[in-house]
Design a protein around this ligand. Structure first.
Ligand code: NAP
Length: 487
């Protein structure tokens, strides 16, 4: 099933204190290929006891790791980055097999994840303190930054490599150690990059990976154990809220990258071809399963027909199937449940007056066993339809006409989420207004692709707390200590 240059990248046991560990119970769980339903691996199904051991190992390694110089930590991270890039093709294959995304997208995700390791290898050397003017002449005020300590990370299945890399890399750069729990649908990518971290010489106990299906129990240990000083979670808002409550008991620091509901607004002066290209990037990447996916298309009434016609032409070029096939550019959804959810949302929108402007016909022979949903365009969607309120997480574009800028801004902000937004217009004054008025952590202006390691990724409102990537990304992993010196 795996045809890799380096077969040892497929690890099916958890990583604790530098050792590959089976579950105490010897239990395993099946990882399935969502394109075929086939089991690709049986992975160790850990519980609370093993999680506790992983936390203890991370705590034991903490002081030694933090004592390394910034340059030493930087060099180890850089070595890890080099190995991830060297094994990009193998890692992409593993990713496609467990997650389903087309190989080209899997390669991009590995490069994207690696870019955070490279970036934080560089940033490790740039965690600066401060000297502040004191109120009296015999004082000196110094500020130093120290690692927060042991970090717990919980990550989702939609970007199994990148979401983890973007937590481990800043944590290690700052001098923290980490215990990470990847989603149970996609543990293999996490184990593969952890394997490379060991090859790069990152010491035992600094990165620990706990695999398991009892996420509530593992999460309770990660949030309840006092040795853990910080939680970084990427996932749904529902689970995020629960974890906030769990972390309240001992006031753990938290970073949350939660759900989105991105508006994609096309104004009457937009370059429509560019808007369609941006819509394709934003909506159909990873079969619509990204937190920054365009979820609601608001199109100015005067260009609504033209935009939808052009979008249909572009959608007809999507080739749906098994991501391992290089001709495919739209893979399956993660599970049968995900397919059912998308269908329910589409049915509800239709019951409220929407109609299907285009729906691809799937080649039943090639998609029979997998969890596929056809690319679909819904026209004249009622603004109050359920699919405008929650993440669709599927390849469905919902188009809603608007008439004024005020209406577009009102509709865009009419959600509890605030992760990404997109707008297409050539009017500088309008761009300024949208930049001020849209309630969002990130705004794509005439682009549908906004994520990179140099920019601060994150949301406002119920989309989360904190930022990942950029020079801000280290802030969540350090404590500020102020030294008041009198002489
Ligand atoms: P999810 O159900 O919240 O799961 C995310 C992670 O949390 C998985 O590892 C899961 O483990 C674990 N988990 C589930 N219940 C838990 C609990 N009670 N305690 C501790 N951990 C628990 O989300 P998902 O469906 O996998 O991912 C999709 C969501 O992630 C979407 O809402 C998407 O927008 C969001 N997301 C946000 C960003 C961002 O940067 N803002 C990026 C990517 C994705 P198991 O899989 O083992 O249950």
């Amino acid at each position: 099933m795996f045809d890799l240059h380096k077969s040892s990248l497929v690890q099916t046991r958890a990583l604790i204190d530098g050792k590959w560990c089976a579950a105490d119970t010897q239990k395993t769980f099946a990882v399935k290929n969502p394109a075929t339903g086939e089991v690709v691996a049986q992975v160790a199904d850990l519980g609370v006891n093993e999680t506790r051991r992983a936390i203890t190992a991370a705590a034991r390694s903490q002081a030694t790791w933090a004592k390394k110089t910034a340059k030493e930590r930087s060099q180890l991270l850089r070595g890890w980055f080099d190995l991830v890039i060297q094994h990009q093709e193998d890692l992409a294959q593993i990713l496609t097999l467990e997650q389903g995304k087309p190989l080209a997208e899997a390669r991009s995700e590995i490069a994207y994840g690696a870019s955070y390791i490279e970036w934080f290898a560089e940033q490790a050397k740039r965690i600066y303190g401060d000297v502040i003017a004191p109120p009296s002449a015999d004082q000196r005020i110094l500020v130093i930054k120290q690692p927060v300590g042991v970090v717990a990370a919980i990550t989702p299945w939609n970007f199994p490599c990148a979401m983890l890399a973007r937590k481990i890399a800043p944590a290690l750069a700052a001098g923290c150690t980490i215990v990470a729990k990847p989603a149970s649908e996609t543990p293999l990518s996490a184990l593969a990059i952890a394997f490379l971290s060991m090859e790069a010489g990152i010491p035992a106990g600094v990165i620990n990976i706990v695999t398991g299906t009892d996420s509530a129990a593992i999460g309770a240990e990660l949030t309840g154990n006092p040795l853990v000083r910080k939680l970084s979670f990427t996932g749904s808002t529902v689970v995020g809220k629960q974890l906030i409550q769990q972390c309240a008991a001992d006031v753990k620091r938290i970073t949350l990258e939660l759900g989105g509901n991105a508006p994609f607004i096309v104004f009457d002066d937009a370059d429509l071809d560019a808007a369609v290209a941006g819509a394709m990037d934003s909506k159909f990447r990873n079969a619509g399963q990204t937190c920054v996916c365009a979820n609601r298309f608001y199109i100015h009434r005067s260009v609504y027909a033209q935009f939808s016609e052009k979008l249909i032409v572009a959608m007809k070029a999507l080739s749906v199937g098994n991501g391992a096939d290089v001709s495919v550019n739209l893979g399956p959804l993660i599970s049968a449940k995900a397919v059912d959810k998308v269908q329910t949302l589409v049915d509800e929108a239709i019951s409220k007056g929407a109609h299907i402007g285009y729906q691809a016909t799937l080649d039943t022979a090639s998609v029979e066993q997998g969890y596929f949903y056809p690319p679909t365009l819904l026209l004249n969607v009622a603004p109050e339809s359920e699919l405008t309120c929650q993440e669709i997480f599927g390849p469905v574009a919902a188009l809603i006409p608007f008439e004024t800028d005020e209406e577009a801004i009102y509709l865009a902000n009419n959600t509890e989420f605030g992760l990404a937004s997109y707008c297409y217009t050539r009017d500088a004054k309008r761009i300024n207004n949208l930049s001020d008025m849209l309630e969002t952590g990130m705004l794509g202006i005439n682009t549908g692709l906004i994520s990179n390691e140099m920019a601060p990724f994150g949301g406002i409102k119920q989309s989360g707390w904190g930022r990942e990537g950029s020079h801000y990304g280290i802030d969540d992993y350090v404590n500020i200590k102020y030294l008041c010196e009198r002489f």
